[in-house]
Every structure is written in C-alpha cells, then in structure tokens.
Design a binder for this molecule. Structure first.
Ligand code: GDP
Ligand code: IMO
Ligand code: MG
Length: 426
C-alpha cells in the first residue's frame, strides 16, 4: 500500500509538478497537503504546457483522483478559474475533492498580505501576494474561515464579521478601505453550491484508499527551505512543506507513509528575499537563469540562481527522512566545462559542514566549492542511465554521495518522458 510524499528539497520550483504528474499516471489519488496558489507548477504533457497553482498536479492523469487536503489554503475564485481553464483545454477536473477543514483565502487576507509587505519595508519577505501568510495566521489565531463554513450563512457571517472587527481597525489605521462583512459573506457564499459536491472527509477517504491498497501521492507545495519551522525564517512561507506536513495536512498518520521523495534541481534557485549562499550575480547568474528559463510561474519574477548546495540537500534529507531524490534539470548544465558544487560553508573563517542552526550564521555563510567535470553535450534525448555521458553519471553519483540520499530519477527536460529512472518509485 504505497503512500508516497513528493516534496521540494530546496527553495521551490524544483520540478515537483512534473515529478507528481509523472507519478500520477500510476497513482489512484494525488493529495495536496500545504500551501495554496502561491505555488506554480508547469507540467508539460505531449508538448502542451499546463500551469497549475491550486489544483493537484495529478489532475492531468486519467483515473487519478485529485484531492485538496485540510492543510491547503483555498482561494475560491482562483480555484474555479483554474478549473475553467483546464476544461477549456479539454481536460477535466471532475472528481476533485476538497477537505471540509481546508481554510479559505478571503478578500481581506489578500489585502493584508500586501499591507504587511509594505509595512515591513526593507525587511519584506517578497511574498507572492496571494494572501497565504495572513490566511494561515487566521487559522492559527482561530478566526479563519473553512470550506465547511460556506454552508451555513449565519455562522459564516458571524465569523467574517468577528474577523473583520480586528482587521478593519488595522486597515483603517493604515489608510486602507475597510471590508464590509455582508459583501465578503455574499462573495464567499457565491461559491458554495459549486464547492458542495467537492467537499469531503479527506482523512476518511485517504485512509480507506490506503486500506484498499490504493496508491496515494501526497504533493507538497513550496519546499523544505521555505518551511515555517525548518526554513530560513522569516524568509519562508507560512505552512509546512516538509514531510510531516503531509500527515497534518491530510489526516494520515506517519506510520502509513512508505516513501518520501525529495525533488531538487542539479543547481538551485530561490524567489523572494532571504539568504542564499551559492547565489550567482552578474553574467554567471544571468547565464543560468536563461539556460534554465528561471522565471516564476506565479508572479513572473526572475528566479535567483546558484550552484547546487550539498549542505541544503543533506538538511532536506534529514528533516524529511528522504528515501529518494529526484534530480531535475540536469540538461541545463550541458554547456559547462566545470560545474561548481557547494560542499560546505565558510562562516567567520571556519569551515562548517551543515546548514547552521543560527540564522545569522546562515546569512554569513560563504560557499566552499568543489569542481566537477562537465559533459558539454545535449542530454535531453537520453532515456537510460547508460545513455548519459560518463561525466554526467559521475556528477549524479557525486551528488548522491554528498547529499546523503540515493538519486532515483534524473530529469533531462520538461516533458513527462524526459526522465531517467534508476530506481522505480512506484
Ligand atoms: P515546481 O513548482 O516544483 O513544480 O516547479 P516549476 O514548475 O515552478 O519549475 C520547474 C520548471 O522546470 C518548469 O518549467 C518545468 O517544466 C521545468 N522542468 C522540470 N523538470 C525539468 C528538467 O528535468 N529539465 C528541464 N529543462 N526543465 C524541467
Ligand atoms: P512552488 O510550489 C518558490 C516564496 C515567495 C516568498 C516566500 C513567502 O512553485 O515551488 P508566500 O506568498 O508563500 O507567503 O511567500 O515563499 N514562495 C515560493 N518560491 N516556489 C514556490 O512554490 C513558492 N511559494 C512561495 O517567493 O519568498
Ligand atoms: Mg513552482
């Protein structure tokens, strides 16, 4: 009864969408467990590009039921827009299930995200501006709105009004327009009938599916280094994209998880603010950004680019208990004569092997590089391990050794088929 978690091992955009889509062809369920439409996944099937944000990446696989777990925050207009776009391209979102306990992004949490960034000034996080942080903050403060609240107008109105009691004072004090509880309630209610058939007891559904021997994929948004607890706080998102989040975000116990698959690029990128030891500036950074087409799917922002960071890979392996690594975008490094790999950091004159516990130290970490031979050829048509040039295999074996995790799949292009499987994941 395989329950597999797929998650980001770096700072996001590792190619989780592609990995999930690929595994989705063998899965019965794909369950999103955290985040919301801050995520942006580009999935390419048969030459067609599908940008996904809120919908689970398994949505493109026939016979795979897509599920949004309780750990996700749902922006209802975005959800239905994404469904309509998919349907206009001949794909179906029928069968989509949403946890009754998932929280809803509201017009005021969206505004508060922008306001918070503005008031932070230079210390801003560089959020996606989708209302993610304030919606999770309301969840933790116990003033959030859940999917199940959409079906009782008077309860919904009470909840919105009491949340707005606090929010409007804040908004007015910053010169923003306050929200009207009647309007917000009416807007949320306008989605209720479309949501009703999707609402589901996800914990029951998924545990039953596992009992029946079904294959369930838990899909993480964001990544380990953006985790609210284990990432580069405060430059993080507001959920748990790490492996434990798959359990709390769906209601499945840790003893049921069989495999935890981390996805990492053969280099590394980051969007938004925060420390980034191997970040490249100038021509080198520009070259990598162009070679890898490193522009965000959600906000279109250029991604910050850098070399593979092995202490981060080891950290991700440890924090998530990774059983497998998927290394994506190996094809992007095809032109390089030498490939730098960060093996440790120098912090205040001392060599440090692991991601430091202190955030200040991490801000001061300078990469110590080792250089590997490049293969200087196009590997995008390779489909087996043997077909890869020797130097590319040596690079992967080296990453495996220094990342503390076996590398099971290698990506050599954005298409579903552009992958090399060394160890089957399902
Ligand atoms: P996610 O958020 O982790 O799903 O990743 P994104 O979709 O935001 O970014 C990954 C990008 O790399 C997408 O445009 C993918 O189509 C693309 N991609 C994924 N795997 C590979 C690969 O192995 N090689 C290349 N060249 N592109 C890839
Ligand atoms: P996927 O799933 C990369 C980053 C934002 C910002 C920080 C907080 O595509 O890998 P938020 O809006 O979540 O409050 O922003 O997190 N961020 C991502 N970076 N990929 C993502 O998702 C991200 N989701 C959020 O840029 O730095
Ligand atoms: Mg992405």
């Amino acid at each position: 009864m395989p329950a597999l978690v797929v998650l980001g091992a770096q700072w996001g955009d590792e190619g989780k969408g592609k990995a999930t889509d690929q595994l989705g062809t063998s899965a019965d369920y794909v369950v999103k467990f955290n985040g919301g439409n801050n995520a942006g996944h580009t999935v390419v099937v048969g030459g067609e590009k599908f940008p996904l944000h809120l919908l689970p990446s398994g949505i493109l696989s026939e016979g795979c039921t897509p599920v949004i777990g309780n750990g996700v925050v749902v922006d209802l207009p975005v959800l239905f827009q994404e469904i309509e776009e998919l349907e206009s391209r001949g794909r179906s979102a029928a069968g989509l299930k949403i946890s009754a306990n998932a929280h809803v992004i509201t017009p005021y949490t969206r505004t508060l995200d922008t306001l918070s960034e503005r008031t932070l000034g230079e210390r801003k996080i560089g959020t996606t501006g989708r209302g993610i942080g304030p919606t999770y903050a309301d969840k933790i403060s116990r003033i959030g709105i859940r999917i199940q609240d959409l079906f009782d107008e008077s309860i919904l109105h009470q909840k919105v009004a009491s949340a707005l009691e606090q929010k409007n004072r804040l908004l007015i004090s910053y010169g923003e327009e306050p929200f009207d509880a009647d309007d917000v309630t009416a807007e949320l209610l306008s989605y209720a009938e479309r949501v009703r058939p999707m609402m589901c007891d996800v914990t029951l559904e998924i545990n039953n599916a596992l009992d029946e021997g079904k294959i369930v994929l838990f899909e993480g948004g964001q990544a380990t280094m953006l985790d609210i607890d284990h990432g580069t706080y405060p430059y993080v998102t507001s959920s748990n994209p790490t492996a434990g989040g798959a359990c709390t975000g769906t209601g499945v116990g840790p003893t049921r998880i069989d495999r935890v698959i981390g996805v990492a690029k053969a280099y590394i990128t980051r969007v938004g603010e925060g420390p980034f030891p191997t970040e490249l500036f100038g021509d080198e950074g520009e070259w990598l950004r162009e070679a890898g087409h490193e522009y965000g799917v959600t906000t279109g922002r250029p991604r910050r680019c850098g070399w593979y960071d092995a202490p981060i890979a080891r950290y991700a392996s440890r924090v998530n208990g990774l059983t497998d690594l998927v290394i994506t975008k190996l094809d992007v490094l095809g032109d390089l004569e030498k490939i730098p790999v960060c093996v440790a950091y120098e912090i205040e004159g001392k060599r440090v092997e692991e991601v430091p516990a202190s955030q200040t130290d991490f801000h001061h970490a300078k990469p110590i590089y080792e250089y590997r031979e490049g293969w200087q050829s196009d590997i995008s048509q390779c489909r087996t391990w043997e077909e890869l040039p020797e130097a590319a295999r040596a690079y992967i074996e080296y990453l495996e050794e220094i990342s503390n995790c076996r590398i099971s799949v290698i990506g050599v292009g954005p298409e579903r088929e552009q992958s090399i499987v060394r160890h089957p994941l399902v």
